[in-house]
Write a protein that binds this ligand. Structure first.
Ligand code: KG4
Ligand code: ZN
Length: 346
């Protein structure tokens, strides 16, 4: 990445996102005002396989990305010539799907002679909190909970991120997806567990709340996932009928307990009065309510995006892209996909 450039004061960003199974494009003004948000989801296709098939995802991105971008520009009423920069997710994510977005963004930036700005997908998830909270500014603590990541991040500036906790095994979303699969629910599992848990008793079964020795703010979800699978196996062996809603609700409560207590403890220890939640699991209604209760008791202000901005979208990429752009960050036409890109590496 190189630094430089003059800053106009009515800044329009085109955002492009294709790191997993959503092909998305959006136009955002001055980092906060959404002019368009187009998402073409592949969930219907991947549901047939119980998870994302990277090869199929790449091919679907190729088919759809140009139309999605055209639609985002048309809905915003902005011609390509009116855009100030092309922002694109370049990692982390699936290599093939990322390459489709990166290749397309490079072609557009080159053809239209616009700056190219690479965006970290997780920084985008964090930035989703700026969309509907116009007064939110760093510093704040952010709990990032997606299908691939579970991080506690100290956001000390729009481009300054320090990881203070992470998962040692499964990500929170991954645990939701795996448990949902074991319960015979659809893909992605998070929304299914969220929905069916409303009819269940979260105290029906006591599942473990794992701690990681010596790492106060780290997470581990593989033990919890195994505990659910063991419970289901033992029911089967004893011929006991499983109450799916109770198992889902009890699992969901165990995940939420851990996420909430680690986040609030971290905020207190780091003297942070603001917690933001980001990523697909931030859409979980039980987690939101539990976080709200605990933040209220502890005098902490809580922020989370609307569900549509929690899961993958291009608005969040355009928003973080805006803050990268304003910091003078530019990508060259040699920008490549970085599937395992680490946080804070712009
Ligand atoms: O952020 P995201 O859209 O993609 C990644 O970057 O991974 O997150 C997807 C994850 C999936 O694991 C999905 O099951 C989970 O977010 N998710 C939820 C909910 N909505 C999506 N998990 C729990 N409750 C939800 N309502
Ligand atoms: Zn994501």
């Amino acid at each position: 990445m190189v630094h430089g450039g003059n800053m106009p004061n009515n800044v329009l960003m085109l955002g492009i996102e294709s790191s997993c199974d959503e092909t998305a494009a959006a136009v955002v003004r001055n980092g906060r005002e959404v002019l368009s948000n187009i998402i073409s989801s592949q969930i219907d296709i991947h549901t047939l396989y119980g998870g994302v098939v990277p090869e199929i995802a790449s091919r679907k991105h190729i088919e759809r990305i140009n139309y999605v971008i055209e639609e985002a520009l048309a809905e915003a009423g902005v011609p390509l010539s009116g855009i100030d920069a092309v922002c694109v997710t370049y990692g982390p994510g699936l290599a093939g799907p990322l390459l489709v977005g990166v290749g397309t963004a490079k072609a557009i930036a080159y053809a239209a002679n616009k700056p190219l700005v690479g965006v970290h997908h997780i920084e985008g998830h964090i930035a989703a909190n700026y969309i509907e909270h116009s007064s939110l500014e760093p510093p704040f603590l952010c709990l990032v909970v997606s299908g691939g990541h579970t991080h506690l991040v100290q956001v000390s500036g729009y481009n300054k991120f320090d990881i203070i906790g992470h998962t040692h095994d499964d990500a929170a979303g991954e645990a939701f997806d795996k448990v949902a699969r074991a319960l015979g629910l659809g893909y992605p599992g998070g929304p299914e567990i969220d929905r069916i848990s409303k009819q269940g008793n979260p105290d029906a079964i006591t599942f473990p709340r794992a701690k990681v020795d010596g790492c106060e703010f780290d997470f581990s979800f593989s033990g919890l996932k195994s505990a659910v699978l063991n419970y289901l196996n033992s029911c089967e062996m004893k011929n006991i009928e499983v109450n799916v809603a109770d198992v889902a609700a009890s699992f969901q409560q165990a995940v939420a307990d851990v996420l909430v207590s680690r986040s609030v403890n971290a905020a207190r220890q780091y003297g942070s009065h603001k917690i933001a939640v980001a990523g697909g699991v931030a859409a979980n209604s039980f987690l939101r309510a539990a976080m709200q209760d605990s933040c209220k008791i502890n005098g902490i202000e809580l922020y989370y995006p609307s569900p549509v901005y929690c899961t993958d979208n291009a608005v969040m990429i355009a928003v973080q892209g805006y803050y990268n752009f304003m910091a003078g960050i530019r990508s060259g036409l040699d920008l490549n996909a970085v599937p395992n890109l680490k946080l804070g590496c712009v």
